[in-house]
Write a protein that binds this ligand. Structure first.
Ligand code: LMR
Length: 397
């Protein structure tokens, strides 16, 4: 008998909330935990560009044979264009190679396994706070975790000075996890001058950046949101990107992302990439095709690509509208505390500053679910649920 020794796993801080939410029988419940986009009617829509691409695929797809370990070639090319722009030197010098992988989590895990097994990098610096799953992914893969300061509670802003001084203590070969845009959970991003400073620091100290890029297009726009990554690609010789299309194509359950390795030379990139492929082979052999074919079909067709850009803009603008409405509605609900800082945050989330106790009260007394860190998914707010949410927050403050 072996299972009698197994202890019950703690609930996942984000996905566990969805489980609890589903089991909640109260009628007026609101889930602002997991980062999923909802439209004004509270639905998570399938984008029109995705539906058109699927129709095209249904009519033209000829085989369900295995993909290569690295996935769909056209998709991997398209990923590089979105990340770096097609004319970037890392692309033209063949210093970047991309493998399709299952979502952001799968991409991070492949990257971490590769790093642990095939490089001397054994420690990764992650921001404090960060996405609740980062620690889990990296420690499970065998990386040692260190934290750099990112957020200053008193100002509800970035603590750039502390970030720099923490990273100054990192050692050559250490990895640094950076959120490409729309930092999860704070919604606070570096400006271009700060990106350059961190890139210079990484170059000077021989630190290797790993970008988690899951929200491209949810900040200022597809190109604008890639500026930090491109500054790094212009500055440091080596980096890795784990990106996801769960949010910006609404392809959550297709599990579609990619891991891109950039090496100092094309030869070194080829070697590193061969080990990325062997990591994939040992893990899930080769990826499923559907999500990648949707993305590449859209990005290779000028009309569908434009439609996708328009749909992404609509999602971005609706979230921005909810952000403003949230701040106003809190005031209307009688909250005197200043929440204006929420208007300056980027992406799907608002880092509210609510305490663990207040978060628990929101759930227990008002059926409003947010993450324990005080992270609220603004992308799940609508004009309809806003008054309920704000009335509940006003009561727990
Ligand atoms: C989130 O942060 O809510 C999303 O990235 C979903 C997840 O897997 O946690």
């Amino acid at each position: 008998m072996i299972f009698s020794q197994v202890e019950l796993a703690p609930a996942d801080p984000i996905l566990g909330l969805t489980e609890a939410f589903k089991a909640d029988v109260r009628k007026e419940k609101v889930n602002l935990g997991v980062g999923i986009y909802k439209d004004e009617s509270g639905q998570t829509p399938i984008l029109k560009s995705v539906k058109f691409a699927e129709e095209k695929l249904l009519a033209t797809e000829k085989s369900k044979s295995y993909l290569g370990m690295e996935g769909v070639e056209a998709y991997n090319r398209a990923v590089q264009s979105l990340l770096f722009g097609s004319e970037h030197s890392v692309v033209t010098q063949k210093r970047a190679l991309t493998a399709q992988a299952p979502g952001g989590t799968g991409s991070l895990r492949v990257a971490a396994e590769f790093l642990v097994r095939h490089t001397d990098s054994k420690k990764i610096w992650i921001s404090n706070p960060t996405w609740a799953n980062h620690n889990n992914i990296f420690s499970t893969a065998g990386l040692e975790i260190a934290e750099y300061t990112y957020y200053k509670a008193e100002t509800h802003g970035l603590d750039f000075e502390a970030m720099v001084s923490d990273l100054e203590t990192a050692k050559e070969g250490d990895l640094v996890l950076l959120h490409g845009c729309c930092h999860n959970p704070t919604g606070i991003d570096l400006n271009n001058v700060q990106w350059q400073q961190i890139a210079d620091l990484c170059l000077a100290k021989g630190l290797v950046p790993l970008f988690d890029f899951a929200y491209q297009g949810f900040g200022a726009g597809v190109e604008e949101d890639a500026q930090g990554l491109r500054i790094f690609a212009n500055t440091v010789p080596e980096l890795i990107v784990a990106n996801s299309f769960s949010k910006n194509f609404g392809l959550y359950n297709e599990r579609i992302g990619a891991v891109t390795v950039v090496g100092a030379t094309s030869n070194e990139t080829v070697n590193a990439f061969s080990q990325i492929k062997s990591t994939i082979r040992a893990s899930y052999s080769n990826p499923p095709a559907h999500g990648a074919l949707i993305v590449s079909t859209i990005l290779e067709d000028a009309t569908l690509k434009q439609l996708w850009h328009d749909e992404l803009k609509e999602m971005r603008e609706r979230i921005a509208e909810m952000r403003t409405l949230f701040v106003e509605s809190l005031k209307q609900a009688g909250v005197t505390q200043n929440f204006d800082f929420i208007s300056n945050q980027n992406g799907m989330f608002s880092f509210s500053g609510l305490s663990k106790e207040q978060v628990n009260r929101l759930r227990d007394d008002f059926a409003v679910y947010i993450v324990g860190s005080g992270r609220i998914s603004v992308a799940g707010m609508t004009k309809t649920n806003m008054p309920v949410i704000c009335a509940a927050i006003a009561k727990v403050l």
